[in-house]
Ligand binder design. Sequence first.
Ligand code: MRU
Length: 345
Amino acid sequence: MERTIEWLDDTNEVKLIDQTKLPLEKSHIVTSSHERMARVIEVMEIRGAPAIGAAAGMGMSLAAIESKAKTKDELLGFLEKAAVTLNTRPTAVNLTWATARMLRVARGAEGSPDDIIKRLIEEGKEIAEEDVRMSRSMGEQALSVIKPGFTIQTICNAGSLATVHLGTVGAVVRVAHEKYDGDIKVYAAETRPRQQGAKLTVFEFMEDDIDVTLITDGMIGTVFREGRVDCCVVGADRIVRTGHVINKIGTYTMAITAKYHNIPFYSVVPMSTIDWETNVEDVVIEERDPDEIRIINDQYVTVPDAKVYNPAFDVTPPELVTAIITDKGIVQNPNEEKMLKLRDL
Ligand code: MRU
């Protein structure tokens, strides 16, 4: 897989894969506007927590260029507004993490507005580079629990497309595939309503010759009961310090089902996805447009004004989580004390 998002040095623009067109069409969006970048995130042309963190970071670089600021104060004022504009999705913590990081760099930077803008362009690129390094490291950490011949159940897309490159779950699978001579398999849950599993996970693993089988979300129990799966590996949009995993809707049901069948359940995240501040009950779970559920392929599949509930994410409590795998280390049977130890390593 090529990189999901990149900064174009020649033109100071951002180029990203349009994920709403996959797998039928591989096309790109190129933009120099932070407002367009906010929209890209909102309509999920780019999605997945680390990828939208990188998009928001580069969105701040674009905003800095667009500001045409003559003073540092003017630049900071523009950037503060841009950070609000870019935060179009509430659950993935990487988005606020990246905009806050860019603001912190801008506030601390010395020199003319042009010097600070150059510094911000570098920082936006560095967020993306760090993400690639963290992915590889998560994949390597996971080798201690993922054995040759394993079949991994996943949900949504936490692959290369959900990050800058490789993925979180994607890195776990790709590094194992590399080390174990291809002896690794994946079951991908379709993931209603946006079907990131069917549209993105299957696509990118097939592109890399990784053995992947598509199932509908309702088949997870059957697949577990039939002994087809060795472990579950999912990403997260946010993990809080108590070890609660906030991830794509359906993850919680998968974790309960895994517990019943004694199947280990892992969540794999870069450190940038861990929120040390917010209490689990204060995390905002994004609710999306009811038409995501009512319409499939531009056609209503239900009564057009059917009442709908469409939360995009759910919360899996730590007692259902076998381990949290990060680029910094693994936390077995997570709780607050162990999570804080990881933070302070
Ligand atoms: O709504 P999405 O597609 O942005 O949701 C993505 C997920 O839930 C992923 O599992 C999560 O962001 C981790 S991506 C490495």
